[in-house]
Design a protein around this ligand. Structure first.
Ligand SMILES: C[S@@+](CC[C@H](N)C(=O)[O-])C[C@H]1O[C@@H](n2cnc3c(N)ncnc32)[C@H](O)[C@@H]1O
Length: 265
């Protein structure tokens, strides 16, 4: 067994019990995890491979896994509502966030999208994220550091994004998760390079319509589109092969556009 495969003291683990209930915890030598399913010493996990089964004091099985980023964002502490993994996945590909990309994000919220962006842009890229509520920015930073340790490709700007845009550096992508993105359609043109992508995520179609129309009217944008992502999980158990009875039916709408050079410029 290679050392890298084994859980280390100080790292995060996701414990999943037989009911499927998930617990995110940080492993510490000598400490124990307690729940209504019994207790498990952290030392029973430290040194064992990712994907090991451990039994609680009541003899009940738990699966110990290193959380994926999707699992982590759903379990990490929240200030603001996070963007769900199904939407994070679409945002990364539709906004074409690539290694080395420079992204301007607002607002940071709990940091779920920031984490996804940081991983996608990699060490050669950069994420500049604005958050107007300091307690949310601090929560997000704590979530980011707990997952990634120290990061060198992140700049957190405290305050409303509209106040920083005039002096902001050049970026390849602008990604917004805030209530009135149409107000930023014009001001983000300053940092957003030609050919770059504007993307925003809003919970209602009224907001989507307002931002889509602002983008369509503006000569510096083209290829405006809006969509939502529906993920319908299926139950596959013997003869019971059917969609789940419940699903996350609605989260938000994504609207995006390309920054173009106006024809008369
Ligand atoms: C829904 S949350 C963002 C959640 C985040 N995308 C995540 O996945 O964790 C929206 C955030 O935008 C912030 N916000 C709203 N308007 C803003 C503005 N003009 N400038 C900066 N932040 C803003 C709010 O304080 C809030 O934290």
């Amino acid at each position: 067994m290679s050392v890298l495969e084994a859980f280390q003291d100080g790292e995060q683990v996701l414990l999943i019990d037989q009911r499927g209930k998930r617990h995110l915890l940080t492993l510490r030598k000598g400490e124990a995890f307690h729940s209504d399913r019994g207790w498990i010493p952290h030392d029973a996990i430290i040194g064992h491979p990712d994907g090991s089964w451990v039994r609680s004091s009541l003899g009940l099985r738990h699966l110990a896994l290193r959380p994926t980023l999707a699992e982590y964002v759903l379990e990490m502490p929240r200030g603001a509502q996070v963007i769900y993994p199904k939407d994070l996945a679409m945002i990364l590909f539709w906004a074409d966030v690539y290694p080395g990309c420079r992204v301007l994000e607002a607002g940071t919220g709990s940091g779920a999208l920031t984490l996804a962006l940081l991983r996608a842009v990699g060490p050669e890229g950069k994420v500049i994220t604005y958050e107007q509520r300091e307690e949310f920015a601090r929560r997000a930073l704590a979530n980011i550091h707990a997952r990634m340790g120290e990061v060198t490709n992140l700049a957190v700007r405290f305050g409303p994004v509209e106040e920083g845009l005039a002096d902001e550096e050049r970026v390849d992508r602008v990604i917004l998760d805030l209530p009135e993105p149409w107000r930023l359609v014009e001001p983000v043109l300053r940092p957003l390079r030609p050919g770059g992508i504007f993307l925003c995520y809003v919970p209602t179609i009224i907001q989507s319509q307002q931002v889509a129309e602002a983008l369509q009217r503006h000569p510096a944008y083209g290829l405006v589109e809006t969509f939502e992502t529906l993920v319908r999980p299926w139950n596959i158990e013997g003869p019971s092969v059917r969609p789940f009875h419940r699903m996350v039916a609605h989260t938000g709408f994504i609207t995006l556009a390309r920054r173009v050079v106006p024809e008369d410029a």
